[in-house]
Design a protein around this ligand. Structure first.
Ligand code: GLN
Length: 278
């Protein structure tokens, strides 16, 4: 491609370069070009004849070639939007997913006190805890992660979003949790079976297995959290867990056998069973 390429030509080149490696080639090329030009999508389609500078073109070429190697767009840009907030992301945690917004929405609709105490376990980027904090400034939210780099990333997100009321701690599940007066415990733990072929495809190849997989066909951490959450919840408190769409039935049975009541499954935007509440 010549140095004097236009926006329209650059987009076309991006689409065709990414077509064989990405299921979202068009969107990826648009987002990467927007980033290189510092412009929005409307600009790209309003000014297709505008030439790129040599620097812009080189930058775009670099980003597209990383994407062609499979690197997630969120890692290339270093950020991902979740609950309409911008989160810094890197390779030390899961990239926030739109599916998890259903967990946030479910939590916000629970009949909780104005100053509810909330625990987010395995917070990663801090997405769930910080999204909740952005909607409920009076909730007293604690977010935990086992991995030091994740704790640092969640803290960086807390600072850049100005949600300084959220407490962020290093803890291996409940190891550092002393309190027993939470109104809500939420988690999007690792729940993929270690042998799942899905792990060899797409963005998950660039995410840490510690954030994705769990023993016992993916149930180990879900079960561990469900078992111990009861010791840390107020009477009438809620547990809300994200899980794989095929895990709802078994998890519901586990919660009921542990003594949870009002057990219910919530579907995500793709109509998959995605969260279970008790
Ligand atoms: N839902 C994610 C996926 O299937 C995994 C999230 C998780 O393990 N907590 O890629």
């Amino acid at each position: 491609m010549a140095a004097q390429s236009t926006i329209g030509e650059a987009l076309q080149w991006g689409f065709s370069t990414l077509a064989s490696s990405s299921e979202s080639a068009n969107l990826d090329a648009e987002v990467l070009l927007q980033h290189c030009l510092g412009k929005n999508r409307t600009f790209l389609y309003t000014w297709p004849e505008r030439p790129l500078t040599i620097e812009q073109w080189k930058h775009f070429e670099q980003l597209v070639s990383r994407r062609a190697k499979g690197v997630p767009v969120a890692h290339i840009l270093g950020e991902r939007e979740f609950w309409s907030l911008k989160f810094l992301v890197n390779e030390t945690t899961l990239i926030p997913r739109p599916d998890t917004e259903m967990l946030v929405e479910t939590a916000l609709n629970l009949p909780l006190p104005d100053n509810a105490r909330v625990l987010d376990m395995g917070t990663g980027t801090g997405a769930i805890a910080l999204a909740l904090a952005s909607e409920r400034p009076n909730w007293r939210i604690t977010a935990l992660d086992k991995v030091d780099d994740a704790v640092a990333l969640a803290k960086a997100n807390r600072e850049q979003l100005g949600l300084t009321q959220v407490e962020i701690l290093q803890s291996d599940w409940f190891s550092a949790v002393k309190d027993d007066d939470f109104d809500l415990i939420v988690s999007n733990p690792p729940y993929i079976d270690e042998h799942d072929e899905h792990l060899a495809m797409g963005d998950v190849r660039f995410e840490p297995l510690s954030a994705l997989t769990a023993a016992d066909e993916g149930y180990a951490d879900l079960n561990h959290i469900a078992k111990h959450a009861r010791e840390h919840l107020n009477v009438g408190g809620y547990l809300l867990l994200e899980h794989g769409f095929a895990q709802a039935l078994k998890l519901r049975e586990t919660l009921i056998s542990l003594g949870y009541d009002k057990v219910a499954t919530v579907r995500d935007f793709g109509s998959n069973d995605r969260c279970t509440l008790g």
